[in-house]
Design a binder for this molecule. Structure first.
Ligand code: FDA
Length: 460
């Protein structure tokens, strides 16, 4: 067992942990980052699969994500826009295929009116929500006791309107069924992106990608910090601390290292906090709070073709239907790549269903669904890959964690509160940029500032 002494120990080398480390090092503090995996990046992971460069985790950057955009600029990373020329595809409840332009799906006029009204209502409610403190909304408790599905039912009898609006938050964002999370949680998701309209606007929310992949953010941050700082293959098993004497700091223990520090940042999804043994245990409030957060589930499907054949058909590649196994899909062709890539998503209960099938049957079902949008050619990719984050020990789902019914109003205010020398930072705990890399960067910066402030005030 090797002993290391440092100012701050950080558990997790994702975007949040590495941002915090970078800020602390800039301010002259010594840092050690302990990462369980044999790579950095966490939910950011670019890999070559059968000769195709795929972004297995997070990839898109939207124009409001200024913390992430600043980081991209600082690291000298270039971005490029998602391909979006041509018409989009929508599949109606009876399977009818319709093409459209703009944001509103080609639904019957009465349904369209209901959708427009719902978007206006949601935008108005979202404008009242502070994404940093959604629990402070005057109706927070009521909104958190009502599932998003039930809330939509109270707004309109039009099922197709409900299914479409529900999809934007349920399948497309929280990746849980709309009956499993509250209206308040849905409003937080929209408020974190600026408005509900931003979420339904694929051209906004899925605007740009990074040349070479978004994992370059953590890779470059880690490279700057160096191997002495970022230690791979070091799952933290135990955290020792003294609640009576927080000034004594903490000891983070892996199989090989014992890192002594004044403070620790847990920069990992909150569902993994309980993988660590705390000596003594965390306070009751945190024990309870952490049990009310759970990961969503989504399969990100990558299908690579010799050419982007859908472009020749006048299609943008953007496709939606709440009635399809693949509820949304996009042109995901890499920068300067002659081959064409489609990316599709299978979420929550639909993902449960296909995960019960043998791999070949699952692939056939998913490609069949994609062919409903793009035609028969979609069934024959040269490379096919399913990102399965639910099976990853150090993530356990995708895209991120959210509260169960009632959890946000009940526990939200304590989510980011440090416990003695233990601080928390993760995209899943962010306000602005919640569940996104931008939120991870914000949380990393915020917690580093918290530690530096504390040090300046002589609080610890
Ligand atoms: P993250 O989970 O990345 O990092 C935590 C780290 O802690 C991991 O490296 C883990 O191994 C490590 N760890 C855990 N327990 C440990 C222990 N006990 N000891 C040591 N290390 C431990 N976002 C976006 O902005 N645009 C997008 O397009 C998408 N799309 C998307 C698709 C898919 C499929 C996924 C899974 C996710 C996205 N996201 C996204 C979300 C985005 O990727 C995510 O919000 C951030 O990368 C999370 O960064 P964090 O650093 O907060 O956690």
């Amino acid at each position: 067992m090797q002993r290391i002494d440092t100012d701050v120990v950080i558990v997790g080398a994702g975007a949040a942990g590495l941002t915090a480390a970078t800020e602390l090092v800039k301010a002259g503090r010594t840092v050690v980052v302990l990462e369980a995996r044999d790579r950095v990046g966490g939910r950011l992971w670019t890999d070559e699969i059968d000769g195709a460069m795929l972004e297995i985790g997070g990839q898109w950057v939207s124009p409001d994500q200024d913390a992430l955009i600043e980081t991209l600029d600082e690291l000298g990373l270039e971005t490029y826009p998602r391909y979006r020329e041509g018409v989009n595809v929508y599949l109606a409840p009876d399977g009818t295929r319709r093409t459209f332009e703009g944001e509103i799906f080609p639904v019957p006029p009465a349904t369209e009116q209901e959708i427009v009204t719902l978007i206006e209502k949601l935008d108005a409610l979202v404008a009242e929500i502070d994404p940093e403190r959604p629990w402070e909304h005057p109706d927070a408790k009521d909104l958190d006791e009502t599932s998003f599905a039930r809330w939509l039912e109270t707004q309109t009898d039009d099922e197709e309107a409900r299914e479409n609006i529900g999809m934007f938050i349920a399948g497309a964002m929280l990746t849980k069924p709309a009956h499993a999370f509250s209206a308040l949680q849905a409003l937080l998701m929209a408020a974190s992106a600026g408005s509900f309209s931003n979420l339904v606007d694929a051209d906004f929310i899925l605007d740009r990608r990074v040349v070479g992949g978004l994992q370059q953010v953590p890779l470059r941050l880690a490279e700057r910090l160096g191997d002495e700082v970022v230690r791979l293959g070091q799952p933290v098993r135990t955290l020792r601390w003294n609640p009576e004497q927080p000034a004594e700091g903490v000891v983070a223990v892996t199989e090989e290292l014992e890192v002594h520090a004044s403070e620790v940042i847990l920069a990992m999804p909150p569902v993994l906090f309980s993988r660590i043994s705390y000596e003594p245990p965390l306070p009751r409030r945190q024990h309870q709070l952490h049990q009310h957060l759970s990961m969503g589930l989504v399969i990100k499907v990558h299908a690579v073709y010799e050419t982007p054949f859908w472009r020749d058909l006048g299609l943008s590649g953007t496709a939606f239907s709440p009635y399809e196994l693949v509820h949304e899909a996009y042109d995901n062709t890499n920068f300067d790549d002659p081959r064409g890539t489609l990316v599709g998503f299978v979420a929550d209960e639909a993902a449960d269903g296909v995960f019960q099938l043998p791999a070949e049957e699952r692939k056939a079902r998913i490609l069949e669904s994609m062919s409903h949008y793009y035609g028969e050619q979609a069934k024959h990719p040269v490379v096919y890959y399913e990102s399965d984050w639910g099976s990853e020990e150090w993530t356990r789902g995708a895209y991120a964690a959210s509260f169960d019914m009632g959890g946000l109003a009940r526990y939200g205010a304590d989510l980011r509160t440090p416990v003695g020398p233990i601080h928390f930072a993760c995209s899943d705990m962010a306000g602005k940029g919640y569940q996104h890399v931008d939120g991870a960067v914000r949380m990393g910066r915020e917690v580093a500032a918290q530690i530096l402030e504390g040090a300046r005030a002589g609080a610890r």
